[in-house]
Design a protein around this ligand. Structure first.
Ligand code: PDD
Length: 504
């Protein structure tokens, strides 16, 4: 299976995923990153990783490369495309590409790279026996709380640890205290039973695993001290461990060749590891979904093709086959007919509407799983509405015949708002009275480029819903952030979603 990496708007084959030679991440390490855990196909602790990312970006005044709510959807897509069940997601944001200059460029978009790969985490042997660490001077810059890709001192320490036969290097500051590991946070359980780790005071990276472990320990009633500890205290400790996204909680049994406690993984360490593995991921979902109608919820192509051809026959014009129909039908009649029928467009609109009215109910079929999907989404408390370029009267009649009216807060068709899709006006109208504003918590689900365009125009999340994958170039202007193959995929996603969009 081909590995896929996201680079600045494209899902590229990994081997062809490139950034420019003048990317500031490459030239200056002017970039930040995150490593997120994926377990059971879900991204865990996303909200905490994104909160830290936001802090890193703010500290360096690097702009978001995409709107923040879109990022989780890109992350999830990369996990899916690479079929990662248990592994890691890597994301990197640099200040962008600009001629080499120490000063920040103005008006340069930030670069975004996202990749994912399987990773097994710590090995059974590492957990059973524990790992050894060696101490090394902390030679990093004075802002290790910012998660920048400028990791050279960390690499030197880690490599030196490996050469000394150890797993990790514990970094020691001028006062003889352990700050953290080269790529992990450091903990000890002191003689008196207190769990100690360096405070998150700007001199360490505030590890997501670190915060989670501290929360777990406090819930267990363990005394937690966020204070620096010396190498001597560590050597005298009962237990020691390191924490990090990939290894979670990993026992440390030797420090500079000396055994910690009895030289075996400690009981509290192993208990914390077990609890950590069992902690459930957060699950959230969109607050509202705005659906397109034709070929998103109902199977309409035959009916639409036939209505167009009845109209063309009336005017003695050549008819469309299905490919032409699918390629040409998207805009509302008021937006598309003047160009197609010139001065006689109003007459054509009448013929089309009469033709459509005479056959549409006979052709009406829900797409497989659509009724079940609407029921599940409604029961999940998601506000549902429709924005279609079909005339409002026809749309509402079809919904009534299908028994779907009760599912929707509003069914907005062509001419109902001051402008039709892809304008934002019908989306705003569709959400009116729901207390939900168009934006990050609202998905726009549809089957065509005009739907993705409308999603972007209204600030909602564009979700492509159809069995066909995007054709080359089809969505270049307004790419979907998500592709769901059918109604059942939407149900699965919303039920299993571990993306806390509301917390961003
Ligand atoms: N490293 N301290 C440092 C210096 C780190 O680089 C990391 C993570 C951690 C642990 O943070 P978290 O629990 O959020 O993973 C602490 C990542 C995994 C890396 O660079 O690969």
């Amino acid at each position: 299976m081909a590995r896929i990496t996201y680079v600045n708007g494209r899902y590229a084959l990994h081997d062809h995923a490139m950034v420019h030679v003048e990317d500031r991440g490459y030239q200056f390490a002017d970039a930040v990153y995150e490593v997120l855990p994926v377990a059971g196909g879900r991204i865990h602790h996303l909200d905490r990783h994104l909160a830290r990312l936001e802090r890193s970006l703010a500290a360096l005044t690097i702009a978001w490369p995409v709107r923040p709510p879109v990022l989780p959807l890109i992350l999830r897509r990369v996990v899916e495309l690479n079929r990662v069940r248990d592994g890691v997601l890597y994301l990197q944001i640099s200040r962008g590409v600009a001629p080499r200059n120490h000063l920040f460029p103005s008006d340069t978009p930030a670069s975004l790279v996202v990749s994912a790969w399987p990773h097994k985490g710590a090995s059974a042997e590492q957990v059973e026996k524990g790992v050894s660490v060696v101490t090394r001077p902390d030679q990093r810059w004075k802002r290790p709380d910012i998660k920048t890709v400028g990791l050279l001192p960390n690499l030197l320490a880690r490599q030196s640890a490996k050469e000394a036969g150890a797993y990790e290097a514990w970094l020691v500051d001028e006062s003889g205290c352990v700050t953290e590991g080269s790529a992990t946070n450091a903990f000890i359980i002191a003689r008196d039973g207190a769990l100690l780790t360096h405070p998150d005071d700007g001199r360490v990276l505030g590890g997501v695993t670190r915060s989670n472990v501290l929360e777990l320990a406090r819930r267990l009633g363990v005394e937690v001290g966020e204070r620096p500890f010396t190498v001597a205290e560590a050597l005298a400790a009962r237990e020691a461990f390191v924490s990090g996204t990939t290894i979670m909680v990993l026992p440390v049994t030797r420090i500079d060749g000396q055994p910690v406690g009895e030289g075996r993984p400690g009981p509290l360490t192993l208990h914390l590891r077990t609890l950590y593995q069992e902690a459930p991921p957060p699950v959230t979902k969109p607050r509202a979904i705005v659906f397109d109608w034709d070929n998103t919820l109902v199977d309409s192509w035959n009916c639409i093709q036939e209505s167009y051809n009845m109209t063309f026959r009336h005017f003695g014009m050549p008819e469309w086959d299905m490919t032409e129909t699918q390629a040409n039908v998207a805009a509302s009649l008021r937006d598309s007919f003047p160009q197609m029928f010139g001065e006689r467009w109003l007459e054509a609109k009448e013929v089309f509407s009469r033709s459509f009215e005479s056959i549409h109910l006979a052709h009406l079929r829900p797409l497989p799983g659509a009724t079940e999907m609407l029921r599940v989404l409604r029961d999940e408390g998601i506000h549902l509405s429709v924005v279609s370029n079909k005339r409002g009267g026809f749309l509402r009649k079809e919904a009534g015949v299908l028994g779907w009216t009760e599912y929707f807060g509003a069914l907005i068709g062509a001419n109902d708002a001051i402008a039709d899709k892809p304008a934002a006006a019908p989306v705003i109208l569709a959400l009116q009275g729901s207390g939900i504003e168009p934006g990050a918590g609202v998905w726009f689900a549809g089957d065509s480029p005009i739907d993705m365009h409308c999603a972007v125009n209204s600030g909602c999340v564009p979700v492509l819903m159809r069995s066909d994958p995007p054709r080359p170039g089809e969505f270049d202007a307004h790419p979907p952030v998500y592709h769901l193959e059918n109604c059942a995929s939407m149900v699965t996603l919303v039920r299993e979603l571990a993306v806390p969009i509301s917390t961003i």
